[in-house]
Ligand binder design. Structure first.
Ligand code: G3H
Ligand code: 13P
Ligand code: ZN
Length: 327
């Protein structure tokens, strides 16, 4: 059997850093999400990360999602695709992901294993080092995190915000030279990011980039929470008052300061939910899941395409090593 190649994250991030764009990293839990993300990548010719959280591994019973992502690589061998563990909480989780064939892992040492309590700088370095020592010889890329995001989304996030300290980044990278680093500059996970308007600490980002210009940076919690999708959810029976996301114009400024990977999950969740709610309200007689999953998949694809274009990743696929053709 020909195994289609998933590429290491490092390959994409170094290209993005050199060319001042960011690769979109989209969370998936099921077949329709993987298909939508891959269709968006193919239609815009973008490199892409499909990322899988611990919750997604559990929900999909691991091998199902791994094999679906493998199928995406088989369907689109021309698209550089990374299978990435999102918010790994321990060396054990990382080992499990690598055994499954993940080509990139995140160890989130900003928080403890429960994902609720911030870890000290020293403990963050300790767990990150253990992961780096394990993953690097196997050719798997490693993303670490320094600083803590706000927001609590299904167990990810302490609810406290600690903007990343640029001086600590220098020390951290000296001790654990990871392939990429997630930083906290005011974003948070979920659909309720800001009480009023979005303000990212772009001055902190600039400072970090100046201190470590060769380090690919990562932004989590970067959904924009489109008002029209939230309105659609609310119109068809949902309840998401005061949902607010990251201003896309501010987000678009970040690749020039070293941001090479931008994580988006919530926008896709809202797009899917809005489409399903609308369909079911408009067609109360229908009960075939394929009929409502089709507009849901299309809605996710449109959101992902828009993000790939906004992050500057569209058209970049051809500059990265393609998959060899099957024999
Ligand atoms: O950063 C967290 C992602 O949105 C994944 O969320 O743990 O509910 O799958 P999850
Ligand atoms: P959002 O909740 O803003 O989509 O962030 C997703 C994320 O950071 C996944 O790691
Ligand atoms: Zn995240």
């Amino acid at each position: 059997m020909f195994v289609f190649m998933l590429v290491p994250g490092k390959l994409l991030l170094e290209h993005a850093l050199a060319n001042h764009y960011a690769v979109g990293a989209f969370n998936a839990n099921n077949m329709e999400q993987v298909q939508a993300i891959m269709d968006a990548a193919a239609e815009t010719q973008s490199p892409v990360f499909i990322q899988v959280s611990r919750g997604a591994l559990k929900y999909s019973r691991m091998i199902y999602l791994r094999n679906i992502i493998q199928a995406a690589a088989e369907e689109h061998p021309e698209i550089p695709l990374v299978m990435h563990l999102d918010h790994g909480n321990s060396l054990e989780t990382v080992k499990q992901a690598i055994a499954l064939g993940f080509t990139s892992v995140m160890i989130d040492g900003s928080l403890d294993e429960t994902g609720k309590i911030p870890l000290s700088f020293v403990d963050n370095i300790k767990v990150t080092k253990a992961v780096l020592d394990y993953a690097r010889p196997l050719g798997v890329s490693v993303e670490a995190e320094l600083g803590t995001l706000g927001g609590i989304e299904d167990g990810v996030g302490s609810g406290q915000v600690h903007v990343t300290d640029p001086a600590q980044v220098v020390e951290f990278i000296k001790q654990v030279p990871v392939d990429s680093l997630a930083i906290a500059i005011g974003t948070s996970h979920g659909a309720f990011k800001f009480k009023e308007k979005c303000t990212l600490a772009l001055d902190v980002l600039k400072d970090i980039h100046q201190k470590v210009p060769n380090l690919p940076l990562v932004m989590h919690g970067s959904s924009s929470v489109p008002a029209e999708l939230v309105a659609q959810v609310n119109k068809y029976g949902g309840k998401m008052p005061n949902a607010r996301g990251v201003d896309i114009e501010q987000l678009k400024q970040t690749p020039q300061y070293g941001v090479t990977k931008i994580n988006v999950d919530t926008d896709g969740r809202i797009a899917i939910t809005a489409a399903i709610r609308k369909f079911l309200v408009e067609h109360p007689e229908k009960f075939d899941p394929r009929e409502y999953m089709t507009p849901a998949r299309d809605a996710l694809k449109e959101v992902v395409k828009a993000r790939m274009i906004a992050f500057g990743a569209a058209g970049q696929a051809k500059y990265l090593t393609p998959n060899p053709s099957p024999k």
